[in-house]
Design a protein around this ligand. Structure first.
Ligand SMILES: [Cu+2]
Length: 305
């Protein structure tokens, strides 16, 4: 009997090892002009892959991430990448590279969760505030560690500092707007009739919001107006679960996973309940409707671009 148990344990361990994979991830630092509101006001952003937020990196707990940062040759500045899901030597792996250079490092994704990644080059406040950030989701190895989400969305909160060159204003916290996914009222046609995008789901579906606060300075109090968070997972880790929460604070550089289920058709407004943040742009409409687009919140559509 003991022999059988040992054999089973070894077989399971081998299976676990076989499932862990090596995942190649490449991001390119690009300095580009991007629209930061629904009118198309352009902003001299610094980005990963020309997008705010950068691409979602998604791996499974136990995977090895083999990461390459390319600093585009058109860049004027050095850039770097700091993954909050990594435990490495900060000096060696998160170092800055010049335009035209590339840099590789790898790390095991040890903890499951919703993690921030960002540029850590000097001055870090400016590199993040101009848009060099994104989300790495590390799914738990155990597929049953979290209740199955019917739809998922990524939202990254950040402040808009109108003059991207003015570090002093960033240090003084002189932002004018707060954004989700790099746009003022990007998902809120109620406050900005020019908004064309919303988040969608059907009543009864479990919707998981992978939320990260890029800051650079302000805490977020993430709340679903006319709803309740069924569960909040601190840092997105299945072990850190909170039930039935109205609002949950996410500080700069932090993330969490928020589950919501609506029993009825209608809209929830996902906001930072810090009113100065909500009323300057940090509102996303999550519309629960029986006619919800079946593709929304699935696969590559978890970031509504
Ligand atoms: Cu940078």
């Amino acid at each position: 009997m003991k022999k059988t148990t040992l054999a089973l344990a070894l077989a399971l361990a081998a299976l676990g090892a076989a499932q862990a994979k090596t995942v190649q991830v490449t991001l390119t630092a690009k300095e580009v002009e991007l629209p930061i509101d629904n009118k198309g006001t352009m902003y001299r952003a610094w980005t990963y892959n020309g997008q705010i937020p950068g691409p979602v990196v998604r791996v499974t707990e136990g995977d090895i991430v083999e990461f390459t940062l390319v600093n585009d040759k058109t860049s004027k500045n050095s850039h770097s990448t700091d993954f909050h899901a990594a435990r490495v030597d900060v000096v060696k792996e998160f170092e800055s590279i010049k335009p035209g250079e590339s840099k590789k490092f790898s790390f095991p994704a040890t903890y499951p969760g919703t993690f921030f990644y960002h540029c850590g080059s000097d001055p870090m406040i400016q590199h993040i505030a101009r848009g060099m950030f994104g989300v790495i989701i590390v799914d738990p190895k155990d597929p049953n560690a979290l209740p199955k989400a019917d739809r998922e969305y990524v939202l990254v909160q950040s402040e808009l500092y109108p003059n991207p060159d003015n570090q002093a204003e960033m240090m003084a916290g002189k932002w004018t707007n707060t954004m989700f996914n790099g746009g003022v009222f990007k998902y809120d046609p109620v406050h900005d009739p020019a908004a064309t995008r919303i988040l969608q789901a059907k009543p009864g579906e479990r919707v998981r919001i992978h939320f990260v606060n890029a800051g650079v300075n302000e805490f977020s109090s993430f709340h679903p107006i006319a709803g309740i968070w069924d569960r909040v997972y601190v840092s997105g880790n299945p072990k850190n679960v909170i039930h039935g929460a109205q609002s949950f604070t996410v500080g700069p550089g932090d993330g969490a996973a928020f589950d919501i289920i609506s029993p009825v058709e209608g809209a929830n407004a996902l906001v930072s309940h810090v009113m100065k943040q909500a009323l300057t742009g940090a509102i996303a409409i999550l519309q629960f409707s029986n006619d919800a687009d079946p593709k929304a919140g699935k696969g590559d559509n978890i970031v509504v671009r």
